[in-house]
Write a protein that binds this ligand. Structure first.
Ligand code: CA
Length: 577
């Protein structure tokens, strides 16, 4: 049962009265609309909500659980599952709907939390509400938030490997994935919240990482009137451009990869673990002390760009463990330099060298571990489907089985194919870069003007979305706000961290508490305390370490005394100029 009280019903009537007071002073007061009856969990239904585009498929009470992983615990709550905009595609003939889940805790804290998705979405994840980052000991639902999630308007198909991207053949499914699912689910979830608790949410938040971070940045732009706080982790806010990078990377890796007996490259073996460890070690050697403390952490990332030159690793003679072949150096320079067309125009972003490039998380995305010519890196398997099916117009039907998953990427032309991420045609009337990105990324004035706040964080060793792209965005946002956006938007770059978590980093932190404190208490995140996480093998050398994450352009600085594993002995400071 919800806390359904007489006081709650009176509050609803008073709210309806206030809402009824419109028009000029001369008008007779409009009669207050009859308040709609509040719905108990099992009364939430298609008929009771009577929202034409909405079908409720489940409304069930769930008891509190306490599994061994506290981040997966749930309090007693009502789980609602539904579908919006159910339709058949005139293009591919398949049925589509925007699926969502909304979890309503019996003890509600008056807040709404939209949980971002990931990858190409395509499934409804349990709406528990990750606090972001890793290693959480609770979740938003347990804290009393009402939490929603969505499948982004389509369901992934299990096969072939590219099955998660087949929805890109349907133009509306592209737009739903890009932004529309978030918009439609938000208004629907808020309506259900209103009907269930008898009042509107006091504050609304959107938190997500990766594609969910992209969704968060898009929500803060397109749906600024719906959210008070935004947290965007490792955001792929220019995702079609980063998919172009996937093609670029695989072509670079293929140029130095050994060939399988079938004549095709074994991408994962372009660089051995030892090769990437060499790059990481040499980067740390050149850049670690630039922040004033030799601790294995590169806090002064901007200065590292000038201090570390990959070509210094080139073998003078035969390739051995102390060097990279000239071809390997060229390939990695291409990868870290970002994709360019034949005129030298940058098509995405540069990437920093950082301590995390030797970590398993970096290899998992970038190179994979396959010992055959069937690649298994995520940029090959995810990018091999999403770039042709979703991020170019018109979509390209690739078979996406076996070694063919990567064929499109290996044949991608950066002069003639790359512009297709901006293209439209008679069927696909919205360009991928339009439906995927914030419409005007340096303009968050709507969010700012209503008192909304935004926290963006990004791992410096992220292998799939470049932190350099996010820093460039934030610099543009600062420029558009007289040089300082810190009163409503802050960026935290995280040394060593790969994609959303992992890498030699302090990747355990709580951005949910940080954003709530900023939105509701006016306390800005001057530093977010992060700690090393048990289970992160990359951080095993300093298991008790805590550090401040600092708002860019500030960096963590050691005060000079005390344990270097204690955040209290660090400050956030602007880099020395
Ligand atoms: Ca250092």
């Amino acid at each position: 049962m919800f806390m359904r009280t007489l006081a709650g019903a009176s509050a609803l009537a008073a709210l309806a009265l206030v809402q009824g007071c419109g028009g000029s002073d001369d008008d007779p007061p409009a009669p207050a609309p009859e308040p709609l009856a509040r719905l108990s969990c099992t009364d939430i239904s298609t008929a009771a909500l009577a929202q034409g585009n909405l079908t409720i498929t489940t409304a069930e009470r769930i008891s509190a659980t306490a599994p061994s992983n506290p981040a997966q615990a749930v309090p007693a709550h009502c789980r609602v599952e539904g579908q919006l905009n159910l339709r058949n595609s005139p293009v591919d003939g398949k049925a589509y709907a925007i699926g969502f889940e909304l979890r309503l805790p019996e003890v509600w804290n008056g807040r709404f939390f939209f949980q971002g998705g990931g990858g190409t979405d395509g499934a409804i994840n349990p709406a528990r509400g990750d606090v972001l980052g890793a290693g959480a000991t609770t979740n938003a639902l347990s804290m009393g938030f009402a939490v929603a999630s969505t499948d982004g308007g389509h369901r992934s198909e299990a096969a072939p490997i590219v099955g998660g991207s087949l929805f890109g053949l349907d133009p509306q499914a592209r737009v739903d994935y890009g932004y529309n699912a978030v918009g439609v689910v938000t208004t629907t979830a808020k309506n259900i919240i209103d009907r269930s608790y008898g009042r509107k949410a006091d504050k609304s938040y959107f938190l997500g990482c990766s594609n969910g971070g992209r969704q968060a940045m898009v929500a803060g732009s397109r749906f600024a009137d719906q959210f008070d706080g935004i947290v965007a982790g490792n955001p792929g806010f220019n995702l079609p451009q980063s998919a172009v990078q996937h093609a670029w990377d695989n072509q670079a890796f293929a140029s130095v990869a050994p060939l399988h007996t079938d004549g095709k490259p074994i991408i994962s073996q372009a660089f051995s673990n030892a090769d990437m460890q060499l790059v990481a070690d040499k980067t740390v050697q050149a850049c670690d002390a630039l922040d004033g403390l030799a601790d294995g952490v590169i806090d002064n990332a901007p200065a590292c760009k000038a201090a570390f030159k990959l070509e210094t690793l080139t073998c003078a003679g035969a390739k051995d463990a102390t060097c990279l072949s000239a071809a390997q150096v060229t390939a990695l320079q291409k990868v870290f330099g970002g994709p360019k067309d034949s005129a030298g125009k940058q098509l995405y972003a540069t990437w920093p060298f950082d301590s995390g490039v030797a970590s398993g998380g970096w290899r998992f995305w970038k190179l994979g571990s396959s010992t055959t010519s069937v690649p298994n890196s995520l940029i090959a398997t995810l990018g091999g489907g999403s770039l042709p099916y979703v991020f170019v117009t018109p979509p390209v039907k690739v078979p996406g089985t076996g070694t063919t998953v990567i064929d499109y990427l290996l044949g991608f032309n950066f002069d003639t194919d790359a512009p297709k991420i901006f293209a439209t045609d008679a069927t696909y009337t919205v360009a991928p870069m339009t439906f995927m990105t914030p419409p005007n990324p340096s303009n968050y004035s709507a969010l700012k003007n209503r008192g909304g706040k935004m926290i963006v964080y990004h791992g410096n060793s992220d292998p799939v979305f470049s932190v350099d792209d996010t820093v460039r965005w934030y610099d543009q946002l600062r420029a558009a706000n007289n040089g300082d956006a810190s009163d409503f938007a802050r960026l935290f770059t995280i040394p060593g961290m790969t994609h959303c978590s992992g890498g030699p980093a302090t990747d355990k932190f709580d951005m949910l508490t940080a954003i709530v404190n900023w939105v509701e208490n006016g306390t800005p995140p001057d530093a977010v305390i992060a700690s090393a996480r048990a289970g992160n093998a990359d951080a095993a050398a300093w298991p008790t370490r805590t550090r401040p994450l600092c708002p860019y352009p500030q960096q963590a600085r050691y005060k000079g005394t005390g344990s270097i594993d204690n955040a209290a002995h660090f400050t956030c400071e602007a880099p020395a100029s």
